[in-house]
Ligand binder design. Structure first.
Ligand code: ATP
Length: 359
């Protein structure tokens, strides 16, 4: 288990991390997600032991590995690292990369040459690079180089694997297939993986738990489903689910969108969003109906074909809402008046007695 307590990091006057409290379970796959500059890499570098925190502590199990006065160096932590730039050595073959890691990682077991050979074959098979063992990096594609970097990191069987945007240099298709492979590898290895990304798709698809950060602080740490379906803060709702934050007034379990007589029942909206008098609606949750229907009335500002779906921007009062509808749904054109309702829910007039359950 890794425990971070009161962790802070300042670079001069820049507070890169503030009041980070976190426990990471053994064998967990944790994704750290957030926009550029939110402190993801700083957190990873502190976990690796590249620098001291300004305040707070990091513990690996019972052992305190970092505080503001001293740190245990990266080589004294049983970690493996994979970076965005694969950082392969041009003069070494694929096999030599793995052998080098096996010989030089302090926590790697002592192996006879035969055992080493077996381990090299094992990890190269795991990442699907067995037939490339004699190749040099220059003769490998980007995806293959990334696999070698991964194999090199996992060969010594580290307890913790730190990954910093490892797929960002790859093309979109390869990124998707590598996601699956990294997930598979995690299952086989059982190592704790801490994976930094600014790509929400990557974080949601791979991780057991996603840590969303903004301005050096943790906004929410939860399962991918909870992060997406029950965002706790306006930032998580908009950054991860691209949610529209509808303004209005909360009265107990009901929300009255501003400028309407509607009442929407609480469907698990967080306390923080309620305090800010907001109701998050994801783009795919909207339904578009003719103008005379009951709901939020607005005008289509943008209507865009996107292959499997159509994206709309609808202006309601002074607010622009994003909607994303399946391609089979009726098409609305720019300038048309429409009514917005939430899919699968009935919006109701506040004067009605009967209120339907939403979920
Ligand atoms: P990105 O996704 O762009 O890599 P990040 O979330 O990893 O961003 P960090 O690299 O951790 O962000 O940086 C957090 C903050 O600390 C940023 O404001 C950054 O400008 C600042 N920062 C990072 N490294 C240093 C440094 N060596 N000196 C001064 N400020 C730094």
């Amino acid at each position: 288990m890794i425990t971070l307590q009161g962790l802070e990091k300042e670079y001069g006057k820049t507070a890169a991390l503030s009041q980070v409290e976190l426990t990471i379970q053994k064998g967990e796959f944790l994704a750290i997600l957030g926009p550029s500059g939110c402190g993801k890499t700083t957190l990873l570098r502190l976990l690796a032991g590249f620098m001291k925190p300004t305040a707070g502590t990091i513990r690996f199990g019972d052992k305190e590995v970092a505080n503001s006065k001293q740190i245990s160096k990266p080589e004294n932590r049983n970690i493996g690292m994979v970076f965005q730039s694969f950082a392969l050595w041009p003069h070494m073959t694929v096999e030599e990369h793995i052998c080098f890691a096996l010989k030089n990682h302090r926590f790697s077991e002592k192996r006879t040459p035969e055992e080493q050979e077996v381990r090299v074959t094992e990890v190269l098979q795991l990442v699907g690079m067995e037939s490339f063992r004699e190749r040099y990096p220059a003769a490998l594609s980007g995806g293959q180089q990334q696999r070698v970097a991964l194999a090199r990191a996992i060969a010594p069987k580290p307890d913790i694997l730190l990954m910093d945007e490892p797929l960002s240099a790859l093309d979109a298709e390869l990124r998707i297939s590598m996601r699956k492979e990294i997930k598979q590898i995690h299952k086989k290895l059982g190592a704790t993986i801490i994976y930094v990304t600014h790509d929400q798709g990557e974080a949601l698809a791979m991780a057991d738990r996603v840590l969303v950060m903004q301005h050096g602080r943790i906004e929410q740490a939860d399962t991918p489903e909870a992060i997406y379906q029950r965002p706790e803060t306006p930032f998580v709702a908009t950054f991860v689910g691209k949610a529209n934050l509808v303004e209005g007034t909360w009265n107990g379990n009901y929300f009255n969108p501003a400028g309407s007589q509607l009442r929407w029942k609480d469907n698990g909206v967080s306390e923080k969003l309620k305090q800010k008098q907001l109701f998050p609606v994801r783009p795919e949750e909207w339904q578009l109906l003719p103008a005379e229907a009951e709901g939020l009335n607005g005008e289509i500002i943008i209507s865009q074909f996107q292959g499997t779906e159509r994206h709309y921007v609808i202006r309601v009062g002074g607010q622009d809402y994003q909607a994303s509808l399946p391609i089979a749904a009726p098409v609305w054109c720019e300038g048309e008046r429409v009514t917005l309702q939430i899919r699968g829910r009935k919006t109701q007039d506040a004067t009605e007695e009967v209120l339907l359950e939403i979920r």
